[in-house]
Each structure stands twice: as C-alpha cells, then as structure tokens.
Design a protein around this ligand. Structure first.
Ligand SMILES: NC(=O)c1ccc[n+]([C@@H]2O[C@H](COP(=O)([O-])OP(=O)(O)OC[C@H]3O[C@@H](n4cnc5c(N)ncnc54)[C@H](OP(=O)(O)O)[C@@H]3O)[C@@H](O)[C@H]2O)c1
Length: 324
C-alpha cells in the first residue's frame, strides 16, 4: 500500500510517498481503508524532530486523525461503514494515518454522521473534542456568558467559536490578519479582533460594554496569553490549550489576583467516558448542522509536503486534508 513516511527528521522535504507492507489486524483490531487524513500541528512538530514527550521511531508514518471505510466487518462495524479514526498511539507513538490502510482497535472508531463528507469527518476529533471539553468540562461555560477564543482560523479555535455559540455564549475571537476576518465572522462569532491592527484588551472592554469576559480559551500561547488574561473579569476562567505562538509567556500577576482561575488542558488526560459523552453531543450537532467542520483545502496524499508548507506559512483557515 501507499503511505507517506519519513526516515529522518527535518523540513517538509523529508516526507516521501512509499510502498510499504499492508498492516495485519490482530483479533481485536479493525482494518480501515483511509480516505482522508487531517494535517495537525503535531504532525509538523514530530516531522521536524521537535517532539519532546517521547522518542519517535524511524521511519515513521504521521497522521493522528482521519476518516475512511471499514474493510472487513468486526464488532460494532460492518464492511463498508464510514468511520472516523482517532486517538490512542496512532501518528505519535506508532505509525499513523498518512497511509491507505490502518489496523485500529474498535475503541478508536466512531461512525461518520450523516451530512458530512469523509474529508470533513477527518478533521473532527482533535478540533471539536478539544473545543467542547475545554469550554464545557474545564471552563464550565454557560449560556449568556462572554467567551474569548483565540485563533479562529485554527482547527481548535474555529471549532471553539462554533461550540461556544452552540452552548449559548457570546463569542469574541481573534485572527492574525484582515484576510481571515470574514471567514471568522462566518463561523458565528459576535466580534472578530484582527490582532495585526487591534489591541485585545481595549476591544474586549468596548465590545462587552466594559464588563470583560467570563471565559477565555487560548490556543496560541506566547505573548498572547497575557493579553487574554487582561480581558478576564474577576472570577473568570482561562483554559490554556495550545502554544502555536510560543511555549513561554510573561504574565502580569495582578491579572491573576483579580482573582481568576487558570486551567491547563490536555485532551489525552480526560477520562474516556467523558470523551465518549462529548463525542455523542458533537456527532449530534454535526448531524443537525449546528456545527460544521472547517476544511481549508484537500490535497492528494502525495502532496503532504505542500500541505505542511501551507500550514507553516499561516495560510490555512481550518484544516488541510490529505486524500487517498
Ligand atoms: N491541549 C490539548 O489537548 C490540545 C489539543 C489539540 C490541539 N492543541 C494545541 O492547540 C494549538 C492549536 O491547535 P490547532 O489544531 O487549532 O492549530 P492550527 O490549526 O495549526 O491553528 C493555529 C492557528 O494559530 C495561528 N498562528 C500560527 N502561528 C502563529 C504565531 N506565530 N503567532 C500567533 N498566531 C499564530 C494561526 O492563525 P492566524 O494565522 O490567523 O494567526 C493558525 O490558524 C496547537 O498548539 C496544538 O498543539 C492542544
């Protein structure tokens, strides 16, 4: 079968389309023909050799989430069923989904909801589970509250804008350039801050009539966290999800002493029954159109390097998807 893998860490050029042996599923695994795989920021970190959590075995096949068709029926799924594949060790500890076939435990599969394509389905797990659980399980966002979500053009940020609206919140979000402003508005945000030209704290004060926000969800980190902290009202809750703008920050301690509650979020640390319940709500919202996956573009698997370049250049709005 065809797969994209790399034999050494480095730039996009290390990604190679190769012929590799098909996986042989164990008795507890299901064989899935992958049709679409979402490119995640973690893929770029792993490929570059910057993954710090554990050693990556070489050669390695990337891909932490995707969608495809069950090859041979087993357990809850029959041959031909469309499934979303995500979670576990795939694409970070063991070979992932930049491949035509994968053998996966059934626990990593959910059915593709009606009304969405396999390309859209591939982008659902990390973006929507993170957004939903960070906002609801961690920050306890309630209807009527103000939420500030950074990075609307990112997979998680774009999902978080939609989830916060679905939960009945009023949502302010951010983009890095004017070019992405209209697309962020189309996600349903009540106000979009263009960080290239607007100051976050002043704008939030104005938009909320001086009352600040109850909940912040930050996907960017770096210098942006301090700005988000400054927008929280006393008793506010800030969930730290990502660090796209950098892993270090200088914070104003006064902003912490309002006081506010600061939470670190890790999707893999959430108990599986809570993730399962979140998945059920997300699949229901996808099926009735309350939320929609945002796909920036699809490219053939052979153009994985081009997909990585496009993401690194901050040109994407939503996920880039590789198709087979
Ligand atoms: N904690 C968890 O469990 C968990 C789960 C999923 C993801 N994450 C993390 O959450 C973060 C976001 O994930 P994602 O999938 O949404 O990423 P993504 O799709 O790559 O989006 C990141 C967004 O960040 C903005 N950005 C990129 N470089 C930037 C920079 N130098 N300064 C400021 N903004 C920049 C870009 O928007 P603009 O160009 O418009 O600025 C981009 O659209 C990542 O760090 C990821 O690792 C964490």
């Amino acid at each position: 079968m065809k797969a994209v893998r790399f034999h050494e860490f480095g730039s996009e050029d290390v990604l190679r389309l190769e012929e590799i042996p098909e996986p042989t599923p164990s008795p507890s695994e299901t064989l899935v023909r992958i049709k679409a795989v979402a490119v995640n920021p973690a893929d770029l970190v792993i490929r570059a050799g910057h993954w710090r959590l554990w050693p990556i075995p070489l050669p390695f096949v990337l891909g932490v989430e995707g969608a495809g068709i069950v090859e041979k029926g087993r357990g809850r799924f029959k041959a031909g069923d469309q499934v979303i594949v995500s979670g576990g060790p795939l694409g970070s500890r063991t070979d992932g989904l930049y491949a035509e076939l994968v053998a996966v435990p059934e626990t990593l599969l959910v059915p593709v909801p009606k009304g969405i394509s396999l390309e859209q389905a591939a982008t659902v797990p990390s973006a929507f589970l993170t957004a939903y659980l960070a906002l609801l399980h961690t920050a306890r966002l309630k209807a009527g509250e103000w939420a500030l979500v950074t990075g609307a053009s990112g997979g998680v940020g774009g999902a978080a804008v939609q989830v916060a609206k679905a939960l009945g919140a009023q949502v302010i979000t951010t983009v890095g350039s004017q070019a992405k402003h209209a697309k962020a508005e189309a996600l349903g945000a009540d106000y979009v801050i263009d960080l290239s030209s607007e100051r976050m704290a002043e704008t939030v004060q104005r938009v909320t009539n001086g009352s600040s926000v109850e909940v912040g969800l930050d996907t960017l980190g770096g210098d942006i966290v301090a700005q988000v902290l400054a927008t929280l009202m006393p008793g506010g809750r800030l969930v730290m999800v990502g660090y796209t703008a950098g892993p270090s920050a200088t914070l104003n301690i006064f902003d912490l002493l309002k006081p506010i509650n600061l939470y670190g979020f890790n999707l893999f640390a959430i108990p599986s029954e809570i993730v399962g319940a979140a998945y059920a709500q997300i699949l229901a919202w996808l099926a009735d159109g309350t939320i929609q996956p945002v796909v920036d573009r699809t490219l053939p698997l052979a153009q994985a390097a081009e997909a990585h370049r496009h993401m690194a250049a901050r040109q994407a709005f939503g996920r880039v998807v590789l198709t087979m």
